[in-house]
Design a protein around this ligand. Structure first.
Ligand code: SAH
Ligand code: DHB
Ligand code: MG
Length: 258
């Protein structure tokens, strides 16, 4: 399934052909490793880890059930990824968080759990039906006070946020339409301050990130974003590839330094 999308197959002359036993029988080592790591295994390991580290969590499970019942696409962060978001927010000592892309509020709940009682999380969502599902999930999780949902075109929300003169956000999670991620990053720089952590989801896209010829607007958006991250002197950033129940993807993590 993924073999054909391997974007950088081993070139002839790469490595030591004579000592590569796989080449002798017409196989390339990378291909063999790839085939040995099917998505089912990533998912099984994710479930094993989530069972151990997250355990059963009726609030989060209820949110996912409500999302499914309402027909939302199952594209929430995974439990282990949600835990990573919460971990980063705790490390940061975040008191104010901005999320772009609420869906059913699953990642919102993970992030809200990192906040102190007087913290604040603003989550932006384009789709009002999704936002209603999220509203119920967030209420059930006990975060109606802490979480403020804003529904509608993000540009309007952005202008509104700027006009309100809120204190800068400590953490900004970008997880909405992928082609617009470069613009959301520009907002994040404006709505943050030195010390703000910016996290973006779905950066690697099954490895398509390295496809210069891609016509996929999401891939193109992420390429522009990563190139922007690399040249932006005000952030210290990396991108980490991930595999798991959400397949092969990755997060960008950027600290605003000045
Ligand atoms: N963060 C969520 C998943 C978000 S999925 C979680 O992990 O639980 C991406 C969401 O972005 C979808 O709900 C989609 O409706 C929303 N979206 C798409 N375009 C958007 C836009 N322009 N502004 C805000 N949200 C947008
Ligand atoms: C998909 C996954 C995501 O995490 C997301 O935010 C949007 C879309 C997807 O798999 O299509
Ligand atoms: Mg995502």
């Amino acid at each position: 399934m993924f073999g054909s999308t391997l974007a950088h197959p081993p070139q002839s002359g790469e490595g030591d052909g004579e000592r590569d036993p796989w080449r002798a029988c017409g196989l390339r080592l990378q291909s063999v490793v790839w085939l040995d790591m099917p998505a089912e295994r990533w998912t099984a390991v994710d479930h094993y880890l989530a069972d151990l580290l997250v355990g059963s969590d009726s609030t989060l499970e209820a949110a996912l059930s409500a999302n499914a019942a309402a027909g939302l696409p199952p594209i929430d962060v995974s439990p282990t990824q949600g835990r990573l978001l919460q971990l980063l927010a705790r490390l940061k000592g975040a008191r104010s968080i901005l999320e772009i892309g609420t869906l059913g509020g699953y990642s919102t709940i993970w992030l809200a759990r990192a906040l102190p009682d007087d913290g604040r999380l603003i989550s932006l969502e384009l789709d009002s039906a999704y936002a209603e599902v999220a509203r119920a999930n967030i209420a059930r999780a006990g975060f109606s006070e802490l979480v403020e949902q804003r529904v509608g075109p993000p540009l309007e929300s952005r202008q509104q946020l700027s006009a309100e003169g809120l204190r800068p956000f400590d953490l900004i999670f970008i997880d909405a339409d992928k082609s617009t991620t470069p613009e959301y990053f520009e907002w994040a720089l404006k709505l943050g301050r030195p010390g703000t952590l910016i996290i973006a989801d779905n950066v690697v896209r099954r490895g398509e990130l390295i496809d210069q010829e891609s016509r996929d607007p999401s891939v193109r958006g992420m390429r522009t974003f990563v190139e922007r991250l690399a040249e932006e002197p005000r952030v210290f950033a990396t991108v980490i590839q991930t595999v798991g129940s959400k397949g092969y993807d990755g997060f960008a993590i950027a600290l605003v330094t000045n």
